[in-house]
Design a protein around this ligand. Structure first.
Ligand code: 5GP
Length: 197
């Protein structure tokens, strides 16, 4: 008997500097049945960002058109720009059994929990410690001391929400974190396919 389960919406959140981007890229590289959701934004592309890969960059007018047409699963205004998750992309993949990875902050994640909790597996990625997070941000060498302090305060706020996630992972080793996430996904897929029998 073959039973095809729906894909899982894998929601990953973490404070910046915890290593989420590397984990995410490696996870996508090694999985054939996992795709990344690309959000739509009215923000201007940063140097090196690619339309369709990092975001779909649109005008504010187009963004509002998409919202009006019901094509956003959720959206938010962050600072001066709008960001939204394209609904069709997520729904089509999930119904074809493909899981979708969404990297989003806690506010976006909580919004999605209200909309479709049963389709979501959520993972919060923690840095090994605040001290390590500070070192990682300093090593990136891209931010001033005051910017680093601001990011650390933001990180603490973000981390205070971790208990609402299904799983918490401490990223003290990238390979171990990837293994943990892969086994969570495998376990959750199995659980869902058993529920369908
Ligand atoms: P950035 O402009 O630095 O790429 O992203 C700014 C913020 O927007 C980040 O906190 C990011 O998590 C959030 N963001 C990106 N895409 C979405 C989305 O589709 N929905 C929501 N609610 N937030 C998003």
């Amino acid at each position: 008997m073959t039973t095809k389960s729906e894909g899982i919406l894998l929601v990953l959140s973490s404070p910046s500097g915890a290593g989420k981007t590397t984990i995410l890229e490696r996870l996508l590289e090694q999985s054939t049945d996992l795709v990344r959701s690309v959000s739509v934004t009215t923000r201007k592309p940063r140097l090196g960002e690619v339309n369709g890969k990092d975001y779909f960059f649109v005008t504010e007018e187009k963004f509002h058109e998409l919202c009006k047409a019901g094509q956003m699963l959720e959206y938010a205004k962050v600072f001066e720009n709008f960001y939204g998750i394209p609904k069709d992309f997520i729904e089509q993949n999930l119904s074809n059994g493909i899981s979708v990875l969404l990297s989003i902050d806690w506010q976006g994640a909580f919004h999605l929990f209200k909309l479709m909790r049963e389709k979501i597996v959520s993972i919060f990625i923690l840095p090994p410690s605040m001290e390590e997070l500070r070192l990682r941000l300093q090593r990136r060498n891209s931010d001033s001391a005051s910017e680093i302090e601001r990011r650390l305060a933001e990180a603490q706020k973000e981390m205070n929400k971790r208990d609402k996630y299904d799983y918490i992972i401490i990223n003290d080793n990238i390979d171990k974190s990837i293994e943990e996430i892969s086994s969570i996904l495998a376990k959750e897929r199995l659980k869902r396919s058993k529920e369908k029998l």
